[in-house]
Design a protein around this ligand. Structure first.
Ligand SMILES: [Fe+2]
Ligand SMILES: [Fe+2]
Length: 195
């Protein structure tokens, strides 16, 4: 029987995962409101399908950070470019971890560029200037943090291997979000984000 918890309908004892559009909207709201982190319990049967979304998210993060690392310009951009480049490498590590896990689970990692952006929880946003780039990366990182926290709860004890991988990635995404937040404060001059 369906129940209500935290405003989400529960089927078979597990709530539905938040859709990509809602995750994106929530992260944007968090820029204004400062709240971070929403968790729901999930369903392990769809592991490969869920990890395809995670994979797409990581690929988009690799592309966005790489693009920013190459094109960032302006005052004091060198250190920011270096940070973007480091994040791009770390997002690639995540991409590989997730792809390997999908493969281990008998799935075929979906690297098809067709439809990549719509499979991804985070967006490929170019950013008009250095501050915009940092802001877009912060939004993407907050989406990633939210998404990973939610998935870790979703898997619960159903799949410890997948769960521990997601926890490892989450720790890095939290660092990334911190890095982007600090850069934004440094370049905006004021802590526009409460966290
Ligand atoms: Fe990542
Ligand atoms: Fe990240």
């Amino acid at each position: 029987m369906a129940q209500q918890a935290h405003g989400k309908e529960i089927a078979n004892g597990k709530p539905f995962l938040t859709d990509v559009k809602t995750l994106r909207a929530r992260a944007r709201e968090h820029l204004e409101g400062g709240a971070l982190g929403t968790n729901y319990i999930g369903n392990a049967k769809k592991t490969v399908e869920i990890l395809q979304t995670v994979l797409a998210t990581e690929i988009v993060c690799v592309l966005r950070y790489t693009m920013h690392a190459v094109t960032a310009s302006g005052l004091a951009s060198d250190s920011v470019r270096a940070e973007f480049a480091e994040h791009a490498r770390e997002e690639q590590d995540h991409m590989m971890l997730v792809a390997e896990r999908i493969n281990q689970l008998g799935g075929k990692p979906d690297f098809n560029p067709e439809g990549l952006a719509s499979r991804s929880a985070s967006q490929y946003a170019e950013g008009a200037n250095l501050v915009d780039m940092i802001r877009e990366n912060l939004v993407a990182e907050r989406i990633a943090v939210d998404h990973y926290r939610e998935l870790i709860r979703y898997f619960g004890n159903d799949d410890p291997g997948t769960k521990s991988m997601l926890q490892e990635i989450l720790r890095k995404e939290e660092e990334h979000a911190d890095d982007m937040h600090d850069l934004l404060v440094a370049h905006e001059g004021t802590p526009m984000l409460k966290s």
